[in-house]
Design a protein around this ligand. Structure first.
Ligand code: ZN
Ligand code: ZN
Length: 240
């Protein structure tokens, strides 16, 4: 089923089916996405965590920079993430991406939207939300880019436009064999600015579903900055 068809069917679905929990499908009050148990299973990333990459750390008292961010700095100013990719959130992200349950994008975007209240993003006037692109081959396989769909949901409430400034030119596949530096370079070569894009002096927010090592967001941020963007930050639903 196409994304467009899903968009049309989703409002109809809620007419014919009562509200149910996005994770366990138990009946819930109208307008709720989660039952109480599953809502409680969503673990927010809270301080103490790294100011730059949001890596949570126990046993430190204030915000700080983790060893990763202290040494080899990322190109983005910060990568804000709302939840940990555990149980509930991981399952729902997986079902969106691999089972094409498109209605879950709105549910996940609701969580992601909380990131705009993070002190690192609050009050910043973003010129555009920039989804992390998929390689065209991956896009054909999946039928949609989850980052674009999340960004479109965020755009509805924030009124920040979605601009697909980036494209993924290389299919990187698994990178586990490369070291950290090699992975970084390999990824940087995988992205480029779209020909018609002009990012000069723009304050941009990269949007993706999950942050794992941060190297994909780093590569995207590097391209945008090289092409004249004023600043690049990132927002993801979850952290792996
Ligand atoms: Zn539930
Ligand atoms: Zn860090």
């Amino acid at each position: 089923m196409s994304v467009v068809t899903e968009k049309i069917l989703e409002p109809l679905r809620s007419l014919f089916f009562p509200s149910h929990c996005a994770h366990c499908a138990r009946g819930v009050e109208e307008g709720r996405d989660w039952c109480e148990d599953c809502a409680a299973g969503i673990e927010r990333v809270k301080p103490p965590r790294c100011e730059t990459c949001s890596q949570p750390y126990d046993g430190v008292t204030a915000d700080f920079l983790c060893p990763n961010c202290r040494g080899d700095r990322f190109s983005f100013l910060c990568a804000v993430t709302v939840a940990r990719s555990h149980r509930t959130v991981r399952d729902v992200l997986h079902r969106l991406k691999y089972n094409r349950e498109m209605w879950l994008a709105r549910v996940l975007a609701e969580i992601q939207r909380e990131g705009f209240a993070d002190p690192r993003l609050e009050g910043i006037e973003f010129d555009a939300l920039v989804p992390v692109p998929l390689h065209p081959r991956r896009l054909r396989e999946r039928g949609f880019n989850q980052a674009t769909i999340l960004a479109e949901h965020l755009a509805r409430t924030t009124k920040i436009p979605v601009r697909e400034f980036l494209r993924r030119t290389r299919y990187t596949g698994t990178q586990t064999r490369l070291g950290r530096k090699g992975r970084r370079q390999n990824l940087r070569d995988a992205f480029s600015l779209r020909q018609d894009a002009d990012v000069t002096d723009l304050n941009l927010l990269l949007v993706d579903d999950v942050l794992t090592t941060g190297s994909t967001l780093d590569a995207c941020a590097a391209i945008l900055l090289e092409n004249g963007a004023c600043s690049v930050r990132a927002l993801t639903v979850a952290r792996g």
